[in-house]
Design a protein around this ligand. Sequence first.
Ligand code: ATP
Ligand code: MG
Length: 294
Amino acid sequence: MTLVAERTGPAAARPEDPAAREPARGRRIPGAGPRPPLLRIAGVTLEYRTPERVVRATHRVDLDVFAADRFVLLGPSGCGKSTLLKAVAGFLAPVEGEITLDGVPVREPGPDRIVVFQEFDQLPPWKTVAQNVAFPLRASGTLGRREAEARARHYIDKVGLSRFADSYPHQLSGGMKQRVAIARALAMQPTMLLMDEPFAALDALTRRKMQEELLALWDEVRFTLLFVTHSIEEALVVGNRVALLSPHPGRVRGEFNSHDFDLASVGGDAFQAAVQRLHRRLFETESAAPGPAS
Ligand SMILES: Nc1ncnc2c1ncn2[C@@H]1O[C@H](COP(=O)(O)OP(=O)(O)OP(=O)(O)O)[C@@H](O)[C@H]1O
Ligand SMILES: [Mg+2]
């Protein structure tokens, strides 16, 4: 098992992973060394300003995400996970530092970064599943009607909902609605898929099934994922890299490679040891110096 607390270089993706050899969208000059990160979060401080006060949500966060990474932000409530995700999505500008995607500063939301939220009510209830999935493709001008419909059906099939393509959201379970939200996001073929605790409101069995499906989809599509959770187990299962954040304000405590784990590892000795290690790192006192995980 590999579990290191160092800032990693290029993604710790599986060696056989073809995506690991892919440069981040045409930026690599042959022989120019390791590929650059797809997403770079450099010295990013994020704040909320209300008339009464300023809340510093993150303080000088540095993170690099590489193409086809499944990068997880893990930390307790209030450590700025959602705020960081919002900033990557372009909804919030840093007061310090910079976020770049493929070398270009992020300044506003765009179809290259799609967010899947925790809430089940992300889908307009008056549209069918197929219409929900096709809508952003049409509204963004990405595809014409027939192409959008075809692509929507393709991704609805990928998340196992073909039989429900013409159903309305109120006819679906919470897990099914989350599948529709994932299909809608993937149909846009975004450069990055941003997920904010997408499975947190599901029962344990459905959550596990959704994690399995997400990993199967990643195996097939090889999207780049930025995934927020406060569950250590989920971080280890879903991610190939995990950044640990501490709260008030959110700072990076350490980074861990978790690519050796998947759902089959859950309950095994190595997995439990990793959970314990991350647990200790999350709850050790602020004064403890960051160092290699032990
Ligand atoms: N709209 C807002 N206005 C003011 N402060 C905010 C706002 N949203 C979040 N905050 C504050 O910013 C900090 C980070 O919040 P954030 O929602 O990013 O945390 P989180 O890690 O996602 O927590 P959780 O796990 O509970 O979702 C918290 O101190 C929170 O109170
Ligand atoms: Mg949050």
